[in-house]
Write a protein that binds this ligand. Sequence first.
Ligand code: AHM
Ligand code: MG
Length: 333
Amino acid sequence: MSGVDVNAPTLGSFVMRNTKDPELVILMNAIALSCKQIATAVKRAGIAKLYGLAGEQNSTGDDQKMLDVMSNEIMINALRNSGVCSVLVSEEDEDPIIVPEADNGKYCVAFDPLDGSSNIDCNVSVGTIFGVYEKEPGSKGTTADILRAGDDMICAGYCVYSSAVELVFSFKGGAAYCFCLDPNIGEFVSTRLMKLPDGGGKTIYSCNEGNSKHWDQPIKDTIEYFKTTPKPYTARYVGSMVADVHRTLLYGGIFIYPADKKSPKGKLRILYEGFPMAMLIEQSGGIASTGLFKGKVGRVMDVIPEDIHDRCPIIMGGARDVKIVYDMYKKAG
Ligand code: AHM
Ligand code: MG
């Protein structure tokens, strides 16, 4: 059939072939099902009168949108019913959801069902982010199973709802994969490997510069460097982390949401924003750093979250650009 690659693997067959783990196939199918349902809700939001606030606040005090609430219900139902999950942590729920023992399985999943709240109502790209841990041996499934360093994750990914719906994920092993939803068959099919461009790719910096007066001096100096170097960088900032990281993975450059004087831990949540994106950036050949955080400049993946909605600063992208941030911290002493 013209335009159809009959050899392109679908998600389920790909996960089975690469991991030989039927439970992981079930988990990824549950996530993929949620993403298809959320994609449909996002696409029909105007028609179905789903724009606007739900009238509640979420775990971190943000106003919940109707689409946030619906996406959260979709994810929770799919993961709980999958039979392979024990602990679910959602940006939209203050407490973790512990799946009853009779229905539970080995995975613990942290997720942001619909990331990019400020873009939901104006039809700009939004996404779903997830990170997956295995329960500790012998555990029945508790919060402790998920309050662990990013390096303990076995899988992470995101789905971007844009002109195309793309699901990007990694099981570590130095690779991240992109599957695109083929609306003709309702399946995610393999389309491309995610790899940060060699040499750093396009010179793009991505941050909310409106916060700059609160940043520390090395971050201010970094952005100044990007703007005043002989071939100045381009600024690109969608304000949906999924879209900004997706572009960074494909084109190169750097995405920054640093700590600042108002928010010493930054804005982004570790378990369902920082860790999954850090894993994808690292597995695609890049660096994901916290900048100066808790007295050192370290990897995002090494942070131990203190609570399920804990935050951490994010500086991620290709080595060429993240090293400029490191240099600025070195210069500052
Ligand atoms: P959200 O989970 O409430 O949508 O907040 C997370 C989002 C990220 O997608 C994005 O990188 C960041 O917040 C944008 O924040 P700001 O509007 O402060 O630039
Ligand atoms: Mg979010």
